[in-house]
Design a protein around this ligand. Sequence first.
Ligand SMILES: [Zn+2]
Length: 73
Amino acid sequence: MTSDSCYNCNKKINEHTEEQKSECLAEVSDTASFLKSMLVSKKPEVESELSDNEVLDGFNDIKTGEAGRMSER
Ligand SMILES: [Zn+2]
């Protein structure tokens, strides 16, 4: 298994210095967020409809939460 090898430089994670580790982590997360943004931009508008509903749900949650807190006082 190569589970303890670095995704960035393929060295063992154990053989990294702290500096190397954070450098490689930054590199990997850069790549990950880049890939993510590519995926998101490729997705159709269905996704934004979904997130709209989710936003509304979250808003209702906040509202009811605040109402509950208000009535507690
Ligand atoms: Zn590395």
